[in-house]
Design a protein around this ligand. Structure first.
Ligand SMILES: Cc1ncc(COP(=O)(O)O)c(C=O)c1O
Length: 396
């Protein structure tokens, strides 16, 4: 029998998400009854707030269970634009908004409609794993820009500038950052936009964690003068409202680009789930106290996690300014007892100490691990104690 034909090159080059791999390995152990301290998943441990769930239940009872427009309901687009205006001072209209099945879907679709074979896309390191695979999937070339760990990995315009060429199509920024928790200061955002707008380069800003900042008000580069033509927002309700499973995200930007995304959705996913869209309206239009409460809890956990990590000899950890990830440098624990990479470190940590974290290599750096503190304080205490002993054994 003849061999079946090969898969398309564009999918063979794609890797499974590093974070999903950790989640799967930890899940397998848990299924065997093993007590795992799981800091791998980037997922709030809070339940979705009651009023959001009630809106979804009402939607089902009222039979809001059919197709909606491919780019989402007008009601939800209005709610997204209103929320973005209230939070950041922007003035997007529903025609400049598309509702997607999560923020990841919005990033994927925006890259699909913007990036052509051979286009360069500038991505700051450390980066969220998906950017690289999605850009390469469409034949784009990732141009990685190192940031400065001493400055908490916050990106600057000066770091990007040397990497911009006539082939640069877009720069992708993510503030607060997954994995580093870095927040780009407002003034730096302005410099970055000035630079990209002047050069006619799209600035794709992933605002997945934009509401989760510990100091100062949340900020969107889309609110700056000169943003209208080249800034594209990818947003998500997943983390802000503890709605990861509902799959609602959005894109905001120039109408012609947003309409192109809607065209793409009309031939791929069609609309995001109708019921989830009703839940999203309730999330965005209802009281925002739920977000404040979760943020306060994340702040308590951040303070604990950073303090606890710094108490481990040889571990350095910058203080995350947003999101719910710590990204400690564990270089001093590498090169010992057969562990040469953060991938090997995380495998052995899971096997021997039953703690799940994500290796920095997944995010483009060689000496870090990502710890999600979207976990209870009790779990964090238990897991970080285990991490401490594991590193102490390695470095003894
Ligand atoms: C930086 C970043 N962007 C976007 C997303 C997408 O989230 P979702 O697809 O659940 O909305 C995530 C999820 O982990 C993320 O970390």
């Amino acid at each position: 029998m003849a061999c079946p034909p090969e898969l398309a090159r564009r999918i063979s080059g794609m890797s499974f998400s590093g974070t999903m791999r950790v989640a799967a390995a930890a899940g397998q152990l848990r299924a065997q009854g093993v007590d795992v301290a799981d800091f791998g998943a980037g997922e709030p441990d809070f339940p979705t707030p009651e009023h959001i769930k009630e809106a979804a239940i009402r939607a089902i009872q009222e039979n809001f269970t059919r197709y909606t427009p491919s780019g989402g309901t007008h009601e939800l687009k209005e709610a997204i634009c209103r929320r973005h205006a209230a939070d950041y001072g922007t003035a997007y209209q529903p025609a400049q908004c598309v509702v997607s099945a999560g923020g990841k879907h919005a990033v994927f679709n925006l890259v699909q409609v913007l990036v052509e074979e051979g286009d360069e896309v500038v991505i700051p390191v450390p980066f969220w794993v998906t950017y690289k695979d999605v850009v390469e999937y469409v034949g784009g070339r990732c141009v990685f820009v190192e940031t400065d760990e001493q400055e908490g990995f916050a990106l600057t315009a000066a770091q990007i500038e040397p990497y911009l060429t006539s082939r640069t199509k877009a720069v992708i920024i993510n503030s607060p950052s997954n994995p580093s928790g870095a927040v780009i200061p407002r003034e730096e955002f302005r410099r970055i936009l000035e630079l990209t707008a002047r050069r006619g380069i799209y600035l794709l800003t992933d605002e997945c964690y934009a509401r989760l900042v510990y100091d100062g008000a949340p900020f969107s580069v889309a609110s700056l003068e000169g943003a209208a033509e080249t800034v594209l927002v990818a947003g998500s309700l997943s983390k802000t409202y503890a709605m990861t499973g509902w799959r609602i995200g959005y894109g905001l930007g120039p109408e012609r680009i947003i309409q192109a995304v809607i065209k793409l959705q009309s031939h791929s996913t069609s609309n995001p789930t109708s019921v989830s869209q009703k839940a999203a309206v309730a999330a965005l239009s209802g009281s925002q106290q739920v977000v404040t409460h979760m943020l306060e809890e994340y702040r308590r956990r951040r303070d604990f996690v950073v303090g606890r990590l710094r108490a481990i000899p040889g571990v350095n950890c910058r203080e995350p300014q947003g999101s719910f990830y710590a990204y400690p440098n564990i270089a001093s624990a590498l090169g010992r007892k057969g562990i040469h990479s953060t991938m090997e470190f995380t495998e052995r940590l899971l096997e021997e100490a039953r703690v799940a974290v994500v290796p920095g290599e997944a995010f483009g750096t060689a000496a870090h691990i990502r710890i999600s503190y979207a976990a209870s304080l009790a779990d964090l205490e238990r897991g970080l104690e285990r991490l401490h002993h594991f590193i102490a054994r390695l470095t003894a």
